[in-house]
Design a protein around this ligand. Structure first.
Ligand code: 5AD
Length: 347
């Protein structure tokens, strides 16, 4: 299997059978070599720098009913909130003072955020903090809407594809949500000029190893600037409450494979990874990730943005404790930096 890793290292791609074999491989030597290659690539391109993003969870109101998600429309036990422009700007202010140069506005698909409302928020952030990047993670919208958001100054957009297999997609989402539309949105975002991010959950219900190989092949072909991959974690108030959580080791192995497929990719060690395993986020970095996204939401809403149970929101996960995060990264030989942390094009 060492040969397969070398092939991935040289060509940046494997075929489906090879990916499946690598994903299923339990050989410690092979897996160790995969990790080493991924870390080496990451150091070549991004040095030991870890980019930080201030995550502002702007609303947990959502019109969708995704079976895995804790803020799905049907969850009556979810106490709903939405942040107004002033709240968001005040998060940016404290974030800026802490050293954040990217703000990620993430939320459910909440009709309150019309193009007009969002463009006003985005242009205000950009005029107050011209040296900062604005990333949006607000779900599916029309191409026209994405274009308006881009023209008002947004730089990046995260929209996980969730699974590249249409049949699997239909087992995770109600019928009105389709893989076709999700893929169209991703294509539109990229065409408009956004630095675009896709991604998926590891261990989501009904997911097979073959599905993961399909996700990886899609990522290799789509060539996003960012990829978000974290373990699935069940939420009590969803149809998937009794399903097991995804595996942290498999998640880390997938991070390494993605680093070798797309050496320049911006790859977060996700909150979900930190939530399934102690020091999971550090582990993600040690497998090739180069981004962390501490929580910059107002403290009184943090426990309400519960996508899954036991989601971390305190300690080094909280933006105001950036020093803890810095320390934990330093301990493993990495350095958090104050910069927009853009995608590196040439290397
Ligand atoms: N476990 C892990 N990740 C989840 N997400 C939503 N629900 C869960 C869950 N139960 C992820 C989805 C979504 C992102 C914002 O959070 O992949 O795209």
């Amino acid at each position: 299997m060492i040969n397969t890793v070398d092939k991935l290292l040289c060509n940046g791609i494997l075929n489906k059978e090879e990916l499946i074999a690598l994903l299923e491989c339990n050989d410690t030597q092979t897996n160790g070599y995969l990790r080493e290659c991924a870390v080496k690539k990451r150091l070549e391109i991004y040095s030991n720098h870890v980019y930080i993003r201030g995550l502002i969870e702007i609303s947990n109101i959502c019109k969708n009913d995704c079976y895995y998600c804790g803020i799905r429309k049907s969850n009556k036990n979810c106490s709903r909130y939405r942040l107004k422009k002033e709240d968001i700007l005040s998060c940016c202010k404290s974030g800026y003072n802490l050293g954040f140069r990217t703000f990620v506005l993430q939320g459910g698909e909440d009709g309150y955020y019309t193009d007009e409302v969002l463009c006003d928020i985005i242009s205000s952030i950009k005029s107050e903090y011209p040296d900062c990047a604005v990333t949006l993670s607000l779900g599916e919208r029309t191409k026209d809407s994405y274009k308006k958001l881009y023209d008002s100054g947004a730089d990046r957009y995260l929209l996980r594809h969730e699974t590249a297999n249409a049949d699997h997609y239909s087992k995770l989402h109600p019928a009105e949500l389709t893989l076709r539309n999700r893929m169209d949105c991703l294509k539109n975002l990229k065409e408009i000029g956004f630095q675009t991010g896709c991604g998926f959950m590891v261990g989501s219900p009904y997911q097979t190893i073959e599905n993961i190989a399909e996700d990886l092949l899609f990522i290799a072909e789509f060539k996003p600037q960012m990829v978000g991959v974290g373990p699935f974690i069940p939420h009590t108030d969803t149809p998937f409450k009794n399903e097991p959580a995804g595996d942290a080791d498999l998640t880390c192995k997938i991070l390494s494979i993605i680093r070798l497929m797309l050496p320049n990719v911006l790859l977060p060690a996700t909150t979900a990874l930190g939530s399934v395993e102690k020091d999971g986020r550090e582990k993600g970095i040690l497998y090739g990730a180069n981004v962390v996204m501490p929580n910059l939401s107002p403290e009184n809403v943090r426990d309400k943005y519960m996508l899954y149970n036991n989601k971390l929101s305190s300690g080094a996960e909280a933006a105001e404790s950036l020093n803890l995060l810095k320390e934990s990264m330093k301990k493993i030989g990495y350095e958090t930096v104050v910069s927009r942390g853009d995608y590196k094009i040439n290397n």
